[in-house]
Design a protein around this ligand. Structure first.
Ligand SMILES: O=C(O)CCC(=O)C(=O)O
Length: 286
């Protein structure tokens, strides 16, 4: 008799229906409280030794094997697989750390518009909490249902944690916001096009999160951008649209550090160029 194999953290039909309708899901179990505590202690030792993470912690999993363990965590991938299928690339990752009293908000934006990737694809972020994420410390908020259409963005908001300070150039009714509160070790999932952002941390505790961007290997980069890279974290890549990224042999291993520099320089170049490309998408939409 054949037995069906179920993944331990696969999402239910109700959860995927909710995600399809609303463009987000939270809270979802991720790495658990013990691993969250251990990883937080590694993050804080790294900060004590080296100061801030280079490039705002962009693609930190490329030079920190203990962050690659997070990016490849089976519980996270089981949930992601339910939404995007069995072949999974990690396109990028980034720390979002807010210290108490520090001004650092994230204005309403749609991620994929700046990523140089096909906006019609199922690209998502797993945002993993290493401390609790609460309304008081600036938890991420979303506007449910805004993931169906690309909108215009403007750049340069005064205080902002994003690389280009971008925000949607349409009115947002804050009353419709859903707050994705999380316990340490849990995650939220958000669609690459959902309007999302977060407020300053008004509490007296740190908010430490790590955003990991996942997509199926069939996703095509937009034409005319530098060749990009991504890490295959589950299944197979039959498309070859991206150079596959190597794992670091150890923390800050020199090959990994130099690869990371190259990959994040490319990321920044794509980020700059993609803003113009997404204006082309808007024109096609209208
Ligand atoms: O951590 C935050 O407050 C915002 C995160 C975010 O904008 C993202 O993951 O795309």
């Amino acid at each position: 008799m054949s037995q069906s194999i179920t993944n331990s953290n696969s999402l239910t039909k109700d959860q995927t229906d909710f995600y399809d309708r609303n463009g987000y899901l939270a809270p979802v179990p991720a790495v658990g409280s013990d691993m969250a505590r251990n990883t937080l202690s590694k993050i804080e030792s790294f900060e004590t030794k080296h100061g801030e993470f280079p490039q705002k912690g962009l693609k930190a999993h490329l030079y920190l094997p203990w962050m690659e363990d997070i990016v490849r965590h089976p519980q996270i991938l089981d949930a992601v697989e339910t939404i995007i299928g069995p072949d999974i690339l990690c396109w990028s990752s980034r720390f979002f750390i807010k210290n108490p009293g520090e001004k650092g908000f994230v204005s309403w934006h749609q991620d994929v518009t700046y990523w140089g990737l096909d906006v019609s694809e199922n690209i998502l972020t797993a945002w993993i909490a290493f401390t609790p994420a609460t309304k008081a410390n600036g938890v991420m908020k979303v506007i449910p249902g805004t993931h169906k259409k690309v909108v215009e963005h403007r750049e340069g908001a005064a205080s902002n944690m994003l690389l280009r300070g971008q925000e949607v150039a349409v009115e947002v009714n804050e009353k419709n916001a859903a707050f994705m509160e999380l316990a340490a070790g849990e995650m939220s999932l958000h669609h690459g096009l959902i309007f999302h952002g977060s407020d300053n941390n008004y509490s007296d505790s740190r908010r430490v999160g790590f955003a990991v961007r996942y997509m199926p290997p069939r996703v095509k980069p937009l034409d005319g951008l530098p060749r990009d890279s991504a890490m295959l974290v589950r299944g197979e890549d039959h498309y070859g649209h991206f150079d596959l990224e190597p794992s670091a042999k150890s923390e800050l291993d020199p090959d990994a550090v130099s690869f990371h520099k190259k990959a994040t320089d490319t990321y920044q170049a794509i980020n700059r160029a993609a803003a113009n490309k997404h204006v082309e998408t808007l024109k096609k939409q209208s």
